[in-house]
Ligand binder design. Structure first.
Ligand code: ADP
Length: 262
């Protein structure tokens, strides 16, 4: 594998996978999955081999965002035992808790079951060779996040937040948790940072300055600020990430710039 930018201290322990990055958020609805999907697309367009593991057990939306719907996941026998075969969408290898039959019954996924499913997801997927495995984590700071980080030492976490000040305390908690469990790199992406008006001016719909405050307080770098773009929303619904529908949009350009820094 030759596609490399940053040197990560932590080594990925999943065979064949060079870099594992988790995408998380302090709370739901800030655009974590949207960011994971578009970043995966940006990395893939740049020539990297990319896998996307949707481990958001409470809201596994990645299959829909990539147009996979309710596709069947195959299981194959290998010398190491049974393995899930990831699906492929737009050149990205995809595995999601949402692709399992039980996904429609999330309430049954508690304690040990959740732990078992996450462990299987980390260790029993036949990824092949990957430059990047992005893991879409559930929002917040619970058992699921800690299990994932402990099962597979991840190289870094990208925390997605929105610009308003109330979002900061959620991100602060997440940063403390990931630092506590030994994640070496924690970086921030501010989503829905502004809307571009008809005259090209930036309108701060959800306030501003949140991401910058986090950088100063938590010493976590800000990777980029993604504008509000109605096409992102539409792209998520029809299974075509904005990165692929409109690679020249401002939001896509920010994803490309972030992907270049990973
Ligand atoms: P999360 O994974 O944090 O719960 P999602 O990625 O599902 O959030 O996004 C929540 C909603 O916000 C979705 O409908 C998505 O299309 C929309 N969205 C996310 N980011 C943007 C953006 N930059 N501009 C416009 N809509 C966005």
């Amino acid at each position: 594998l030759t596609w490399s930018k940053k040197t990560y201290i932590q080594l990925c322990t999943i065979p064949g996978v060079r870099t594992t990055l988790a995408v998380s958020s302090g709370k739901g609805g800030v655009g974590k999955s949207t960011t994971a999907v578009n970043l995966a697309a940006a990395l893939q367009l740049a020539g990297a081999k990319v896998g996307l593991l949707d481990a958001d057990v409470y809201g596994p939306n990645v299959p829909q965002m990539l147009g996979l719907g309710k596709s069947e996941v195959k299981v194959i026998d290998t010398p190491k035992g049974q393995r899930f075969v990831p699906l492929e969408a737009h050149g990205i290898k995809v595995m999601s808790v949402g692709l399992l039959a039980e996904a429609d019954h999330p309430l049954a996924w508690r304690g040990p079951v959740l732990h078992k499913i996450i462990t299987q997801f980390i260790h029993e997927v036949e990824w092949g060779e990957l430059d990047y495995l992005l893991i879409d984590l559930p929002p917040g700071t619970g058992d699921a996040q800690i299990t994932i980080v402990q099962e597979s030492p991840i190289c870094g976490v990208i925390l997605v937040t929105t610009p308003q000040n109330v979002a900061i305390s959620d991100v602060r908690r997440s940063v403390y948790m990931f630092r506590q469990v030994g994640v070496p790199v924690i970086e921030i992406i501010e989503n829905m940072s502004y809307f571009i008006g008809n005259g090209g001016e930036k309108i701060s719909i959800f306030g501003s300055g949140g991401g910058q405050k986090l950088v100063e307080e938590l010493k976590a770098p800000l990777l980029g600020q993604i504008p509000i773009d109605p096409l992102i929303c539409n792209g998520g619904d029809v299974g075509e990430p904005l990165m692929l529908v409109d690679p020249n949009s401002k939001a896509s350009q920010v994803f490309v710039q972030i992907a270049g820094a990973l």
